[in-house]
Design a protein around this ligand. Structure first.
Ligand code: CA
Length: 322
C-alpha cells in the first residue's frame, strides 16, 4: 500500500531505542526529541509517617519512540515488541526485536532494517488495540466492527472476525480476548469466533462506572487500563470490576510540555524480565520503562488471599456466558 511504503520507510529511519538512564544522562541520539521524564512520582505521605513516601511508580529508563506512531496497542510477546498505529489511511502494525540488540546505538531502522517488520491495514480502517493469543495476532478496529488476524511473525493477513460496537483496547488472559470500547464495560471474547463469554462493568471507589477505558494489559491476574484523555492507568479486579488502584501519570510527560500534535498517553506493555511496564502515547517521542511500588497481582492477592499470581495459568472465568 502506498501509505505503508512511505510510512514503513519513515518508521525504519526514525525508530530509536536507547537505554539512556533518565536520571544520569541524556539520550545520545535525537536529544531534542526526547522529553525529560521525572525520576519519581510524588505520592501522598501517610499521616504521622516520618519516612519518605515510596512513589507508586518510577521511571527507570526511557527509549526513543517514533513520533509518527499514533499508538493504539502495545504488547510484548516473546522477544518482540508489537505496536499498532491508528488513524484512517495511516494505520499499521509493526514489531521490533526486544530487547533490541543494539538498544544503546541509535536508529534501529538504520542499523537493522530487516528486523523491523510492518504490516498493512486497509486504508479505510482505523487500527486500535492488539494482542497475541494462540500464535495469532488480533487487531481491533475502531468503528468497522472487524477484528483482523495476522501472522505474528510475518504480519501477513490471516483473516478477520466480526465484533459489535466500537473497538478500543485489547488484551488477553491466556484463554479469552479482553476488549474495551470506550465505555466502562470490558468484554471477554472467545478468540475463535469473538462470541462474548463475559461482560464486566468497571467501577471506581464510589461504585460509579469508569468510562473511557482504553488500552489494556493483563498482568498477573489484574487488568491494567489507561483512561482516555486523563493520563491515568487503573488496575482492575477482573472478577468484580472494582478499581484496585489508580496510577496518576500526569507528570510522566506533562501536557504543558507537549507539542500540538502529541496526543494522550496510550500504550501499556508488561516486560516480565524486568518486572516493569512500558508506557508511551500517541505521537510521543519517548517510551518509558516504569517500575511499580505494588507489583502487578499483589493488589488482587491482597483482596483474595487464595489467588496465586501466575500469568501462565490465569484464573478460569467465573461466569462464562458461552
Ligand atoms: Ca497492551
Amino acid at each position: 500500500m502506498p501509505c505503508l511504503n512511505s510510512l514503513t520507510a519513515a518508521v525504519l529511519a526514525s525508530l530509536v531505542l536507547t537505554t539512556a538512564c533518565v536520571q544520569a544522562e541524556s539520550p545520545p541520539v535525537l536529544a531534542g526529541e526526547f522529553s525529560s521524564p521525572p525520576a519519581v512520582q510524588a505520592s501522598p505521605q501517610k499521616p504521622g509517617s516520618t519516612a519518605a513516601p515510596q512513589p507508586a511508580w518510577q521511571v527507570v529508563e526511557s527509549y526513543g519512540h517514533d513520533r509518527r506512531i499514533f499508538t493504539q496497542g502495545l504488547e510484548l510477546h516473546g522477544n518482540r515488541l508489537y505496536e499498532s498505529s491508528g488513524l484512517y489511511n495511516q494505520s499499521f502494525i509493526q514489531h521490533v526485536p526486544w530487547p533490541a540488540p543494539d538498544r544503546a546505538i541509535g536508529p534501529l531502522g538504520q542499523t537493522h532494517p530487516s528486523l523491523v517488520v510492518t504490516g498493512g491495514v486497509q486504508a479505510n480502517r482505523f487500527a486500535e488495540g492488539l494482542t497475541i493469543l494462540n500464535d495469532e495476532l488480533f487487531l481491533l478496529t475502531w468503528r468497522s466492527g472487524e477484528v483482523f488476524l495476522f501472522h505474528p511473525e510475518t504480519l501477513q493477513p490471516q483473516g478477520k472476525l466480526r465484533v459489535s460496537g466500537e473497538g478500543w483496547g485489547l488484551t488477553n488472559d491466556g484463554k479469552s480476548l479482553i476488549m474495551s470500547n470506550g465505555s466502562a464495560e470490558l468484554r471477554w471474547l472467545n478468540p475463535r469466533n469473538l462470541k462474548v463469554r463475559k461482560r464486566l462493568e468497571v467501577t471506581d471507589n464510589n461504585g460509579q462506572p469508569q468510562a473511557n477505558l482504553n488500552e489494556l494489559e493483563f498482568i498477573n491476574g489484574e487488568i491494567f487500563a489507561n483512561i482516555w484523555q486523563q493520563d491515568r492507568i487503573v488496575r482492575i479486579d477482573p472478577d468484580t470490576g472494582k478499581i484496585l488502584q489508580t496510577l496518576d501519570l500526569t507528570t510522566l510527560w506533562p501536557r504543558a510540555e507537549r507539542p500540538g500534535r502529541a496526543d494522550v498517553l496510550n500504550g501499556i506493555a508488561w516486560e516480565p524480565l524486568s518486572q516493569s511496564l512500558l508506557i508511551t502515547g500517541k505521537r510521543w517521542p519517548t517510551m518509558y520503562r516504569v517500575k511499580l511500588r505494588d507489583a502487578p497481582g499483589s493488589l488482587l492477592a491482597a483482596t483474595k488471599p487464595n489467588v496465586t499470581n501466575n500469568t501462565a495459568a490465569p484464573q478460569a472465568l467465573t461466569k462464562p456466558v458461552n
